[in-house]
Design a protein around this ligand. Structure first.
Ligand SMILES: [Zn+2]
Length: 107
Protein backbone atom coordinates (compact mmCIF):
# COMPACT_ATOMS: atom_id res chain seq x y z
CA UNK A 1 0.00 0.00 0.00
CA UNK A 2 1.34 3.39 -0.93
CA UNK A 3 1.52 6.06 1.75
CA UNK A 4 -1.03 8.83 1.47
CA UNK A 5 0.81 11.82 0.07
CA UNK A 6 -1.86 14.39 0.70
CA UNK A 7 -0.43 17.11 2.89
CA UNK A 8 -1.92 18.15 6.18
CA UNK A 9 -4.10 15.79 8.13
CA UNK A 10 -5.91 12.64 7.14
CA UNK A 11 -8.87 11.53 9.19
CA UNK A 12 -9.28 7.76 9.27
CA UNK A 13 -11.41 6.03 11.87
CA UNK A 14 -10.67 8.56 14.56
CA UNK A 15 -6.94 8.58 13.97
CA UNK A 16 -5.19 11.79 13.01
CA UNK A 17 -2.01 11.57 11.02
CA UNK A 18 0.42 14.46 11.38
CA UNK A 19 3.55 14.84 9.29
CA UNK A 20 6.48 15.56 11.58
CA UNK A 21 9.86 16.84 10.46
CA UNK A 22 12.71 15.17 12.32
CA UNK A 23 15.19 17.78 13.35
CA UNK A 24 17.92 15.16 13.66
CA UNK A 25 17.89 13.18 10.38
CA UNK A 26 15.84 15.74 8.39
CA UNK A 27 13.34 13.11 7.28
CA UNK A 28 9.55 13.22 7.57
CA UNK A 29 7.56 10.68 9.52
CA UNK A 30 3.88 10.28 10.40
CA UNK A 31 2.47 10.34 13.92
CA UNK A 32 -0.81 8.43 14.24
CA UNK A 33 -2.84 9.66 17.19
CA UNK A 34 -6.47 9.30 18.27
CA UNK A 35 -8.34 12.54 17.67
CA UNK A 36 -9.45 12.79 21.29
CA UNK A 37 -5.91 12.65 22.64
CA UNK A 38 -4.44 15.71 24.30
CA UNK A 39 -1.38 16.43 26.39
CA UNK A 40 2.34 15.90 26.37
CA UNK A 41 3.62 13.00 24.32
CA UNK A 42 6.78 11.38 23.11
CA UNK A 43 7.24 10.83 19.38
CA UNK A 44 10.11 8.62 18.28
CA UNK A 45 11.47 9.05 14.77
CA UNK A 46 11.19 5.65 12.98
CA UNK A 47 14.26 6.50 10.91
CA UNK A 48 16.86 7.48 13.49
CA UNK A 49 15.15 6.95 16.86
CA UNK A 50 15.35 10.61 17.83
CA UNK A 51 12.86 11.52 20.55
CA UNK A 52 10.54 14.45 19.96
CA UNK A 53 8.67 15.89 22.95
CA UNK A 54 5.56 17.52 21.57
CA UNK A 55 2.25 18.83 22.82
CA UNK A 56 -0.73 17.07 21.20
CA UNK A 57 -4.06 18.87 20.79
CA UNK A 58 -7.06 16.82 19.57
CA UNK A 59 -4.70 14.28 18.05
CA UNK A 60 -2.73 16.88 16.09
CA UNK A 61 0.96 17.22 16.84
CA UNK A 62 1.72 20.87 17.48
CA UNK A 63 5.04 22.63 17.23
CA UNK A 64 5.14 23.10 20.98
CA UNK A 65 7.87 21.27 22.85
CA UNK A 66 7.83 20.27 26.47
CA UNK A 67 10.32 19.05 29.03
CA UNK A 68 10.20 15.46 30.27
CA UNK A 69 9.72 16.76 33.81
CA UNK A 70 6.39 18.42 32.99
CA UNK A 71 4.05 15.51 32.48
CA UNK A 72 3.39 11.90 31.58
CA UNK A 73 5.73 10.23 29.15
CA UNK A 74 3.48 8.38 26.74
CA UNK A 75 4.90 7.27 23.41
CA UNK A 76 2.84 7.79 20.27
CA UNK A 77 2.79 5.39 17.29
CA UNK A 78 4.83 6.64 14.36
CA UNK A 79 5.52 5.32 10.88
CA UNK A 80 7.74 6.16 7.97
CA UNK A 81 6.46 8.02 4.95
CA UNK A 82 7.81 9.19 1.65
CA UNK A 83 8.72 12.78 1.18
CA UNK A 84 7.06 14.49 -1.78
CA UNK A 85 10.26 16.42 -2.36
CA UNK A 86 12.88 13.69 -2.25
CA UNK A 87 10.88 11.04 -4.10
CA UNK A 88 9.59 12.81 -7.20
CA UNK A 89 7.53 10.46 -9.34
CA UNK A 90 8.84 10.06 -12.87
CA UNK A 91 6.18 9.94 -15.57
CA UNK A 92 8.40 8.75 -18.40
CA UNK A 93 7.10 5.50 -19.84
CA UNK A 94 7.93 3.43 -22.88
CA UNK A 95 4.64 4.35 -24.57
CA UNK A 96 5.36 8.05 -24.09
CA UNK A 97 8.78 7.74 -25.71
CA UNK A 98 7.38 5.77 -28.65
CA UNK A 99 4.64 8.35 -29.13
CA UNK A 100 7.11 11.23 -29.10
CA UNK A 101 9.29 9.51 -31.69
CA UNK A 102 6.24 8.83 -33.87
CA UNK A 103 5.32 12.51 -33.91
CA UNK A 104 8.93 13.58 -34.51
CA UNK A 105 9.09 11.31 -37.55
CA UNK A 106 6.50 13.38 -39.40
CA UNK A 107 8.34 16.66 -39.00
ZN1 LIG B 1 15.02 11.14 12.63
Amino acid sequence: MRPDLTDGFVYNEGVVRTNVDCTDCKKVFVAKINFDLNGNHQLICPFCGHEHWRVVKNGVVTGDRWGSQNGPNRPVPTERMWSDVSHDIQTTTASKIIRERWFAKDE
